[in-house]
Design a protein around this ligand. Structure first.
Ligand code: ATP
Ligand code: FE2
Length: 327
């Protein structure tokens, strides 16, 4: 049994292939990076169109199997940028139709969570999903990922990327900010800290950090202060959620999970609450086709197929709208 997964929600066109046990046989990607400004949806789609066949071919070549040996085609059906999503959807429909095999529409957020669960072998974790488009605290309860807390404005990764642009760092800003913050001497500049119950807000923090830059503050010190503040906010809500849910596993996933300082802070809070800390491997923290293939495998096992007539992209499809049949 082989499932091929296609990721195309935002910046990444990825193709992954897994076997019946979820083992990754191939994971190839091409990432669109805007020359300036944020991701332009149509430019991202253009990039995906140009790279999709090369990425597909590379992935197939790595596995040594032929297209005819595939058992199902999974694709990111949402959420994401409509023009970018459509490229993956068209590719998936064409493959499933020609090969006469099932088409599986995967929710991108569910895929980040499921792949992290697969690697960590976490059973019933409190999940922190931190990425370019999402900032969510979630646990699985009676067949749904329930959202405990989330951002009220922009996502954590998006905030870091916007600050990165203001500081003229290359896109994406997150990894560059981490690198700079590591050079800091511990000087902390106070910044707005916004936690409302279990929810977070980052735009005030972003505005204030950009203002510090404009006023001539040292970039390394601002990066450090920005990270410390934003990650402390996340850690606070995670701590409250751990105390409330009494979960004994904490799992972090999404692009920002690659950040060492964030992982260190969450590790401490997990330890204080006697919870096992786990994180998606940094290599798979960002968008990848393998996570779509793996979630497709979970759907395939439950025989949850997506007919062509229901394979339209869903740009606003939320994590908590998906019925989880496989745990
Ligand atoms: P979503 O999953 O919500 O649709 P996305 O697909 O755009 O969002 P991912 O690829 O999962 O996002 O994550 C990308 C984000 O992760 C970017 O905002 C990027 O800056 C951030 N990121 C990547 N590496 C790091 C790092 N080391 N530190 C902080 N942020 C990071
Ligand atoms: Fe993502």
């Amino acid at each position: 049994m082989f499932v091929l997964g296609i990721e195309s929600t935002a910046h990444t066109l990825g193709v992954g292939i897994v076997d019946a046990d979820g083992k990754i046989l191939a994971d190839v990607k091409s990432v669109y990076s805007p020359t300036e400004g944020g991701i332009h949806p149509r430019e991202a789609a253009e990039h995906h169109q140009q790279s999709c066949l090369l990425v597909l071919k590379d992935a197939m070549d790595q596995t040594g199997i032929s297209l005819r040996q595939l058992d199902a085609i999974a694709f990111s059906q949402g959420p994401g940028l409509p023009p970018a999503l459509r490229v993956g959807a068209v590719m998936a429909r064409a493959l499933a139709y020609t090969l006469k095999i099932p088409l599986l529409g995967v929710n991108h957020c569910v895929a980040h969570v499921e792949q992290a669960r697969f690697f960590s072998k976490a059973e019933r974790p409190l999940v922190v999903y931190l990425s370019g488009g999402n900032t969510q605290l979630t646990t699985l309860e009676s067949n749904r990922y329930r959202i405990f807390g989330e951002t009220l404005d922009i996502a954590l990764g998006n905030m870091l990327d916007m600050f990165g642009r203001a500081a003229k760092l290359a896109h994406p800003g997150g990894p560059k900010i981490e690198e700079l913050a590591r050079k800091a001497d511990g000087t902390y500049l106070p910044l707005p800290y916004t936690v409302k119950g279990m929810d977070l807000a980052f735009s005030g923090l972003l505005t204030a950090a950009k203002r510090l830059l404009k006023e001539g503050a040292d970039l390394v010190t601002v990066c450090y202060s920005l990270q410390e503040t934003a990650f402390a906010m996340v850690t606070e809500v995670v701590e409250r959620a751990l105390a409330h849910t009494q979960r004994t596993e904490l799992l972090v996933t999404g692009g920002v999970a690659a950040n060492k300082r964030l992982r260190e802070m969450l590790q401490i809070v997990a330890k204080n609450h006697s919870a096992r800390f786990a994180s998606v491997p940094p290599k798979y923290a960002g968008d990848n086709g393998a996570m779509i293939a793996y979630t497709g495998l979970l759907l395939q096992r439950e025989q949850i197929e997506t007919p062509l007539s229901a394979s339209h992209v869903m740009p606003k499809w939320r994590l908590d709208q998906v019925k989880i049949e496989w745990h």
